[in-house]
Write a protein that binds this ligand. Structure first.
Ligand code: FAD
Length: 559
């Protein structure tokens, strides 16, 4: 074993006690009621690395250690003595554990299975606080130190690398990153796993499987993100989309006792997850990154027992029979007594001929810390006149040399909040270009040059700019609904009072009551957040709608 400091010693900060707390006798006795006492011997392995995390241990006497195995090397992650306990957020999701749990000094532990642990955190508020805080802080430390089961080999010049980084980050999955452009000794690793430069990004998954430029779905499959989830039984509520609206519905639904399954085609967080700083969400006077806010919601939903299928998008609703079902990519049908559609919206793609060549390699649809590091000290373009574009321009101006904000309209006043307009006006390195649009991209592997046209004069200019952030015109994600619910002319879902008599007649609405607020033209199927016609396109309203819809779900389940 090497002498590398453990997480315990690395994290000697004020929060170390919260990350590695010692329980009182009374608290241990309350946990014991949910599990059983077990004698353990020195050297005994209580859980293997890579095992689905189904058990939780509290040490009453003796000592156990958490060890990270890498080939023949062992690395001590943490040590737990009497009163301390194992586990991190994998215990909530049931996903694979990253480390081995081993006894170093014989004694006694309390073993609790995952099902009983979930009951405990949902019912004992004091223990819930202690355990949840420790689990989350331990995960934060694992992420900070890259102590996961994944090594990503990539390059900042490669579009796939950014995508994989964002996917792992949004799923809160720890990984270590090897940068082909900067890290020494990379060749040895490439040779060991027979990796060619053209294969990047490469993911070494659980030390054994080498995935070359994997899709997000292949990553989720390799890491077993969905393995612990039963896809066959009838759920009270299936939620499609894990942005703020879907996550809020999951928190309320699961906390109110519903059997909830959430389907997410990509990674949790939705548009909000790509926001650098949300400043208008209640309770965060200093602002909060969209990723942090939605990561909290994701963990909160799991705490209450909501399950999440990641990279499994809804392909259609089987709406001609009850219970309904949502069909996912592999043709699997997930039966549901009620459904909440929270699939949000996506930015419209620019109509520039070779756009797809540069998506992820110079053209981005979100501006988070990861992207901001790619364009440090350079000139960048933000396209769009809404709050998301204004926020991105302001955020990127902190690291970029200059930010050009391009909009097709003449002014920002109709589309952007006053506080953002003021900050943009006061920022010396943001250049506002009204009535301007991008007409051409150029570059080989990565975007190198951008041409834009001033629509007032018709003049075209070309600039050596390598990074463009597109945040213009949202399109609803409703293409998959295939006529099951009534849409408006722009493809947004009509709900409640927006549904006319004609809409209901065309949909053959079968009930004597009118649709509930947020209910679509299909009874028991609701739409919330940005995907809904008339929604406000704000995090708070999406969260509010997701929460309100659950009240109506209860009503239809009792109909
Ligand atoms: C960069 C940026 C900054 C922003 N800043 C702010 C701000 O400061 N304040 C504010 O109030 N609002 C802000 N917004 C707007 C806010 O983020 C959105 O209003 C909010 O995220 C909408 O939430 P939603 O859950 O309805 O949809 P979304 O956030 O769009 O989430 C929808 C989810 O559904 C998933 N999905 C799509 N189709 C399927 C399918 N078929 N099956 C399964 N899953 C699917 C998507 O992958 C996504 O995760 C910002 C938006 C952006 C992009």
């Amino acid at each position: 074993m090497n002498d590398k400091p453990t997480l315990l010693s690395l994290e000697k900060t004020s929060s170390a006690d919260e990350r590695f707390p010692t329980l009182t006798d009374n608290q241990i006795a309350r946990i014991a009621a949910y599990g059983h006492v077990r004698q353990v011997q020195r050297g005994e392995v209580l859980a293997e690395a890579g095992e689905f995390t189904a058990r939780f241990f509290v040490v009453t006497t003796g000592q156990i250690e958490i060890v990270r195995l890498s080939g023949t090397n062992e690395e001590l992650v943490a040590e737990y003595g009497p009163g301390m306990f194992t586990g991190e957020v994998n215990l909530l999701s049931g996903r694979r554990g990253f480390s081995q749990v081993r006894v170093t000094s014989a004694g006694e532990v309390i073993e609790v299975d995952r099902h009983h642990l979930m009951t405990l955190v949902q019912t004992d508020s004091e223990l819930s606080d202690i355990l949840m805080r420790a689990f989350i802080l331990r995960r934060v430390a694992l992420i900070a130190h890259g102590y996961g089961d994944v090594v990503l080999i990539g390059s900042s010049h490669c579009a796939g690398t950014l995508r994989v980084k964002e996917f792992l980050t949004r799923n809160g999955h720890p990984y270590s990153y090897i940068d082909l452009d900067h890290d020494s000794g990379v060749q040895e690793l490439l040779d060991r796993f027979h990796i060619a430069i053209d294969d990047v990004p490469v993911l070494i998954c659980r030390g054994e499987l080498v995935l070359r430029n994997p899709t997000n779905q292949q990553i989720a499959d390799c890491l077993g993100f969905n393995d612990a989830i039963d896809q066959t039984h009838i759920r009270d509520l299936v939620i499609v989309g894990a942005g703020p609206a879907g996550l809020a519905a999951a928190v309320y639904g699961a906390s109110e006792g519903l059997d909830v399954l959430v389907l997410e085609s990509n990674a949790p967080g939705g548009q909000a997850g790509s926001s650098s700083k949300i400043e208008n969400y209640l309770g965060f006077p200093l602002g909060v990154s969209g990723q942090e806010l939605t990561a909290r919601g994701y963990t909160q939903a799991q705490k209450f027992g909501a399950q999440m299928l990641i990279t499994k998008g809804g392909k259609k609703i089987v709406c001609d029979r009850k219970p309904y079902a949502v069909e996912i990519d592999n043709g699997q049908r997930l039966p549901a007594r009620s459904i909440i559609i929270a699939t949000g919206a996506e930015y419209r793609r620019l109509s520039v001929e070779n756009l797809s060549q540069f998506e992820g390699a110079g053209v981005y649809y979100g501006a988070t810390f990861i992207e901001s590091q790619l364009c440090r000290g350079e000139e960048v373009i933000v396209v769009g006149g809404g709050n998301s574009a204004g926020q991105a321009a302001e955020f990127l101006a902190q690291t970029a040399r200059r930010v050009y904000l391009l909009v097709r309209s003449a002014r920002l006043a109709e589309t952007m909040s006053r506080y953002l307009i003021r900050r943009i006006e006061q920022s010396p390195n943001i250049v506002f270009l009204p009535q301007t649009e991008i007409v051409a991209f150029a570059g080989s592997y990565h975007l190198d040059r951008v041409s834009w046209r001033d629509n007032q004069t018709g003049k075209i200019e070309t600039h050596a700019i390598r990074h463009v952030f597109v945040m213009a015109g949202a399109v609803p994600n409703t293409h998959w609904l295939d006529g099951c619910v009534a849409l408006d002319a722009k493809g947004f879902i009509k709900t409640g009072p927006d549904l006319s008599r004609d809409d209901l007649a065309a949909a053959q609405w079968p009930l004597t009551r009118v649709p509930h607020l947020l209910e679509t033209s299909l009874p028991g199927v609701f739409a919330v957040g940005d995907v809904r016609r008339g929604s406000l396109k704000r995090v708070a309203s999406a969260v509010g709608e997701g929460s309100i819809a659950v009240a109506f779900v209860h009503q239809v389940l009792h109909e």
